[in-house]
Design a protein around this ligand. Structure first.
Ligand SMILES: C[S@@+](CC[C@H](N)C(=O)[O-])C[C@H]1O[C@@H](n2cnc3c(N)ncnc32)[C@H](O)[C@@H]1O
Length: 307
């Protein structure tokens, strides 16, 4: 069957298309996608952090001069992100079960979360005996401050990188070790070969001032700022992920022409990066506005700067 490559928003999956951008409830779409059709899943599901007690927070807000002057909240409050505790676990188990079926054995399943939901997702992956190969910590150095001043400023999100196979049988998953090294370039002294801080003009170990750059294996702490406003020029999504985050995951965890499914695509960041890196995508979101943003981003050739 010949596949077509023009991207449009549709309401169901069509396997004759190279790429699918689908505006529908993911649970209505899953059944039309054959077993093992996708090579990988990279997704950022609802975190279940809405339903926040603003009234209570306002009490704290008033007790603090700085925040009462700022009057600046940065909380997600979306109907798609509200579940009762038991419902969130059921919802997560349901979509994970579909993803185990749709992704090929040994394909990567990479899931974003925060401390609110990531333990539940990790627990469900372990219960399903999926091999977890990494947990990446995304450090947002420009994270929004904690307004209550009663706890640390939450400035990380977490990404679980799992393989769609049991711990015993998992093998030959895609991990592009060498390609990922470009995201960890360091300054090395040409004389004593020690790695030194990028600000140094002279090597603190031997005094030499000749350096070269060296690419090292990538670690699992990624220091990437929150999504820059330039990436939101086609419209705002409350939890849009930075291109740079997706780029590392797609460069490291997929191959050219692989099909990546993202059942909670939002503004389409996974799809945008997949397209720019010559991968294919199945992107699903049940919100029309978000799908339009995704479509416009996909049409915009300037959305992506690859290193
Ligand atoms: C955390 S956001 C994803 C953001 C995305 N990574 C981005 O960069 O824009 C989760 C998305 O899941 C969508 N969603 C929630 N429940 C859904 C469902 N049952 N089917 C399809 N999409 C759903 C929401 O509309 C929301 O856009």
């Amino acid at each position: 069957m010949t596949r077509t490559s023009i991207i449009k928003i549709s309401d169901n999956f069509d396997k004759s298309k190279h790429n699918n951008l689908i505006c529908n409830d993911a649970f209505k779409v899953f059944s039309s996608i054959p077993n093992g059709f996708a090579d990988h899943c990279i997704t950022d599901p609802p975190y279940n952090i809405s339903g926040y007690d603003f009234k209570k927070e306002i009490g704290w807000l008033k007790s603090n001069k700085y925040w009462s002057e700022q009057k600046n909240f940065n909380k997600i409050e979306e109907s798609w992100d509200k579940f009762s505790n038991g419902d969130y676990e059921k919802f997560t188990k349901l979509w994970l079960d579909e993803i185990y079926r749709i992704v090929k054995p040994n394909g990567n399943i990479i899931i974003f979360g925060s401390y609110h939901n990531i333990y539940k997702i990790g627990y469900l992956l372990q219960r399903a005996d999926r091999k977890i190969i990494n947990s990446v910590v995304w450090y947002k150095r420009n994270a929004f401050p904690n307004i209550t001043q009663r706890m640390l400023c939450e400035s990380t999100e977490h990404i679980i990188w799992a393989v769609n196979e049991t711990n015993k049988k998992a093998k030959n998953w895609t991990f592009n070790y060498n390609e990922l090294k470009k995201y960890n370039t360091v300054k090395e002294c040409s004389k004593c070969k020690k790695v030194i801080d990028s600000e140094y003009k002279f090597c603190p170990h031997c005094g030499n001032n000749i350096f070269h750059t060296k690419k090292l294996q990538l670690r699992n702490l990624w220091n990437i700022p929150s999504t820059p406003s330039g990436e939101k020029r086609h419209g705002k999504h409350p939890s849009q992920k930075p291109i740079e985050m997706l780029e590392r995951l797609i460069v490291g965890g997929t191959k050219k022409d692989d099909i990546i499914i993202d059942p909670f695509a939002g503004s389409g960041t996974t799809a945008v990066v997949a397209k720019n890196l010559d991968r294919k995508f199945i992107a699903i979101d049940n919100n029309k506005e978000y799908c339009k943003i995704a479509l416009n981003r996909l049409k915009d050739g300037h959305q992506q700067q690859i290193i």
